[in-house]
Write a protein that binds this ligand. Structure first.
Ligand code: C2G
Length: 152
């Protein structure tokens, strides 16, 4: 039984996250996720729209994910990898090189990020929308769906 471990905020879950989780899951038999708590997000300078509990519920609903636990600080990975006997740590390649020091206890794999989509980008699109712009919402959604389709 090969366990893969990954970490993240996974706010406003989108196709970039899904592709990362799919690729990570395909490396083993089980995928567990260290989900950044709201407090740790603050340390990362992130302000998630969805609470930790909501983000956890969403990830737990995915067939791809076998378990979700709290990520509360930068230092816990070594302990988590040992505790969960994770043979692979998989992260998006925006983290390339950052976790190599863990390669003495697990295989560290950096997976290609999905460009053109990010939680920040989604938030920016939404925050620009005012009452008057609601009728343009359909066009924005169609446009995002087209990009996402082109990315498949
Ligand atoms: N990701 C991706 N493509 C995107 C966006 C994100 O492949 N368009 C990947 C990231 O590389 C990361 C995972 O999805 O591996 C989760 O991304 P975030 O929720 O942004 O998490 P992050 O802030 O990178 O947290 O200790 C590690 C940190 O908790 C990682």
């Amino acid at each position: 039984m090969k366990t893969v471990i990954t970490y993240g905020t996974f706010d406003l879950l989108h196709v970039g996250h899904i592709r990362l989780l799919k690729r990570a899951r395909s490396l083993g038999d089980k995928l567990i996720v260290g989900l950044s708590t709201d407090a740790f997000n603050a340390k990362k300078g992130k302000n998630a729209i969805f609470s930790y509990d909501a983000r956890r519920e969403i990830l737990m609903a995915l067939r791809l994910v076998d378990d979700v636990f709290a990520e509360e600080d930068w230092e816990q990975k070594r302990r988590d990898i040992r505790q969960h006997n994770a043979q692979i740590l998989a992260m998006g390649d925006d983290w390339a090189g950052k976790f190599d020091e863990l390669s003495d206890i697990t295989e560290v794999v950096y997976l290609p990020r999905t460009e053109a989509v990010s939680t920040t980008e989604i938030k920016t699109v939404i925050s620009k929308i005012t009452e008057e712009k609601l009728q343009t919402l359909d066009r924005a959604i169609e446009h995002i769906a087209k990009i996402s389709k082109e990315l498949r």
